[in-house]
Design a protein. Structure first.
Length: 132
């Protein structure tokens, strides 16, 4: 994740948690840890955290990849952790479609690139499923 993506993530966190402290030193410290984390994964984990917890997110809440899968740079919910249980390719398609639903309202350039990558991955998996 880039510093600009970390700053964008902080803006989203502040929208949900008004008391979240934002200082240049904190952005730098978090970016150092988030550098190896994909922005889409961190954003999806933040959304999951906001829906499930009233407390401010920690770095771990954003980088925990156990609940997400990243394909071609696009993160989506691990279908095994969702309610759908099915064959592997169908599970991947289901997870990708759920991810698209989660980011529909996001209008950042990073999110738009992630959406396009996810759509391409869905098409690839559907072709693979069709061709056996």
């Amino acid at each position: 994740m880039t510093r600009d993506e970390t700053k964008a993530l902080f803006k989203i966190i502040v929208a949900y948690y008004h008391d979240f402290p934002v200082k240049p030193e904190r952005i730098d410290a978090w970016q150092d840890i988030l550098a190896d984390t994909d922005y889409a994964t961190a954003l999806m984990n933040l959304r999951r955290h906001v829906k499930s917890s009233p407390r401010m997110p920690t770095l771990y809440d954003l980088i925990d990849e156990s609940q997400t899968i990243t394909i071609n740079g696009a993160a989506y919910e691990n279908a095994e952790s969702a309610e759908y249980k099915g064959p592997p390719i169908e599970s991947q398609i289901y997870g990708l479609k759920r991810y698209l639903e989660d980011v529909k309202s996001e209008t950042s350039e990073v999110a738009l690139r992630s959406i396009e990558a996810t759509k391409l991955e869905i098409k690839r998996l559907e072709r693979k499923l069709k061709n056996g």
